[in-house]
Structures are given as structure tokens and as C-alpha cells.
Design a protein around this ligand. Structure first.
Ligand code: PMV
Length: 311
């Protein structure tokens, strides 16, 4: 069996997923709508080995990270073949920048070829989801719609000019991983049922906005969805938040710049970094203005990225 390599790009949800459906299939409690980015990706090589191993950015992984990769291999391996998974993350790991999405999408794509599983895009998406909920969306380029049934599909939005400014607010890995945080939210937050119940209306409105090229409406729904998600987790016991003072400063600045006439809408995931949705015409001026905030580490300008592919 020859080694197989695959690349998948990270995606950021505009309409978030937060919470799992009951059961063991890693199905989401809600749908979601995401944007695959050009500048963040994972390249993964799968090869036969005498035992399962996971090497990430040159470092052998143990503990939870290894366990998740091994559990994924158990889903796909044939004839008990042990594997070495060698990944390079061109995206900060565990920082709320969707490294698990690109990681498991790349692994699913490589496994499909390596074990000759014969999966089409939908099957690949379902497989990637079993590693990480958001990975199902990284199989696709541009906008991807994730269904509660557990697979994603591509959404055509020819009239939309989407850019994301990724504003890095803090170095390092997050304290609480998203799986733990979303389970705690579901178990203890009184706002979680409201989050789930009100979600499909947001998703439907966002799809309509995207397919009709209504940038402002999509931007407003993007901010609304992220704030609702974070509000629900803040009301957990104990409360969880990923915002840092700098994240708040960026959010305030985005709203200020909007009042000045620029088109800009923020979104945050399970980490302190702020991603700012904007059209190309405003990207440079927004980047220049946001770079003036003291303490910002760097800002990357992302555009639409490709779906997962064999490399
Ligand atoms: O991919 P997971 O299961 O770690 O969850 C990611 C959740 C968020 O990034 C916060 C939201 C989303 O829809 O990507």
C-alpha cells in the first residue's frame, strides 16, 4: 500500500454549530453555514506502519489528540492495518481557528484513497464529521451548508464577494476544547434550548441572503449567530467564555468602523481571535484600521479556499 497525502482547508462558520445531537455518531444539534478559507490548511499523509501513530508538525502526539485520530482510523481501516498519520498544520492548532476541521477533512480524504473506500463528496463529508463536526464542511470550497443529518453540501453564491480578516489576538492553545465546552453548555445552560430552537430560522435566512447576494443581511446574521452561541455558553455552570480583552476591542472597533460606512461583521469561535467578514473593497482599509489596535499580533486576509483534495 502506497502512502497517500491529502490537503483540506479550514472553514469558519458564519452561522454556528454548537452542541451535539444525542447518540454516538457526532451528529450536530443544529445545522450551520461556513466559509472555507484559502490561507489555512492541513496536509496529511497516511501510510502503513507496525502500530498506529500520529505525528503533528513533527511531534508524536499522545493523549486525547492521539485517541481521537486512532478512533477515526478504527472507523475506516481494513484488515486491521496499523497506520502512521503525519500532519502539517498550516493553521494554529487548537486556537479556535478550525484546525480540527481541516485536520479531519484531510484525514478523511486520504483514508478514502488509502483504504479504497469509494466515498463520494457526501460520504466523505459524513466520514469527516465523525472526527470533528466542523470537518464535514471542509470537504467543500467556498460556502458549505451542514445538515443535522450529518453531511454538508456546497452552496452557490455567485453574487457574494466574501473575505475574512483573521485578527490574531493571543498566542497559544485554548483552555477548554470545543467538545467539552459544547457538552457543558448543552447540559447546564438554560439558554441552550433557546439556541437550538431559534437556530433554523437564522440558517434559513442566511442561506436566502447568501444565494441572493445580500451581503449586509448575511453579515448581520453572522454577528447575531456568534453572539447567541457565546451567550449560551456563558450561561453554563461554570460559565465559559473565549473572549479576551483584545477580542472585545476588535469587536468594538468593527462596530465603530461600520458606523463610519464600512461593511464589516465579526464572528468568533472557541478561541479569542476575531474574524471579520467584509467585501474586497473594504478589506484593506479595515485591515489598516484594525492593525492600529494596540496588542494585535497580526491580521491575515483570507478569501475563498478550495475543497479537500489528494496531494
Ligand atoms: O468542530 P468542532 O466539533 O470542534 O466544533 C466547532 C464549533 C465552532 O467552531 C465554535 C462553531 C462552528 O460551527 O464551527
Amino acid at each position: 500500500m502506497l502512502p497517500v497525502s491529502a490537503v483540506a482547508h479550514a472553514n469558519i462558520a458564519l452561522i454556528k454549530y454548537w452542541g451535539k445531537a444525542p447518540g454516538s455518531q457526532n451528529l450536530p444539534a443544529t445545522g450551520s453555514l461556513s466559509f472555507t478559507l484559502d490561507c489555512f490548511f492541513t496536509k496529511t499523509t497516511l501510510q502503513k506502519s507496525h502500530e498506529d501513530r500520529f505525528i503533528l508538525n513533527g511531534v508524536e502526539q499522545t493523549g486525547e489528540r492521539f485517541t481521537r485520530v486512532k478512533a477515526f482510523l478504527d472507523l475506516v481501516r481494513v484488515k486491521n492495518i496499523a497506520c502512521e498519520v503525519i500532519s502539517e498544520n498550516h493553521v494554529p492548532t487548537q486556537a479556535g481557528l478550525a484546525s480540527s476541521a481541516s485536520g479531519f477533512a484531510a484525514l478523511a480524504c486520504a483514508a478514502n484513497q488509502f483504504f479504497a473506500l469509494g466515498l463520494d463528496e457526501r460520504g466523505l463529508s459524513e466520514l469527516a464529521r465523525q472526527g470533528s463536526g466542523s470537518a464535514a464542511r471542509s470537504i467543500f470550497s467556498g460556502l458549505a451548508l451542514m445538515h443535522t443529518e450529518g453531511y454538508a453540501e456546497s452552496i452557490e453564491a455567485p453574487d457574494l464577494d466574501l473575505n475574512l480578516l483573521v485578527v490574531h489576538c493571543l498566542d497559544g492553545e485554548k483552555q477548554v476544547d470545543s467538545r467539552t465546552a459544547m457538552n457543558l453548555t448543552a447540559q447546564t445552560s438554560p439558554y441552550y434550548p433557546a439556541w437550538v430552537a431559534s437556530h433554523s430560522a437564522d440558517l434559513k435566512a442566511a442561506i436566502t441572503a447568501a444565494t441572493h447576494g445580500h451581503f449586509q443581511k448575511l453579515g448581520e446574521l453572522t454577528e447575531y449567530s456568534t453572539l447567541k452561541m457565546h451567550a449560551s455558553m456563558m450561561a453554563s455552570q461554570p460559565g465559559i467564555w473565549y473572549f479576551e480583552p483584545l477580542s472585545m476591542a476588535v469587536m468594538n472597533a468593527v462596530r465603530d468602523l461600520r458606523r463610519q460606512g464600512l461593511q464589516a461583521y465579526f464572528t468568533l469561535d472557541a478561541g479569542p481571535h476575531v474574524k471579520v467578514l467584509c467585501p474586497s473593497k473594504d478589506a484593506l482599509i479595515l485591515k489598516t484600521e484594525l492593525e492600529k489596535i494596540p496588542g494585535i499580533l497580526k491580521i491575515q486576509h483570507a478569501k475563498s479556499g478550495p475543497g479537500a483534495y489528494l496531494a
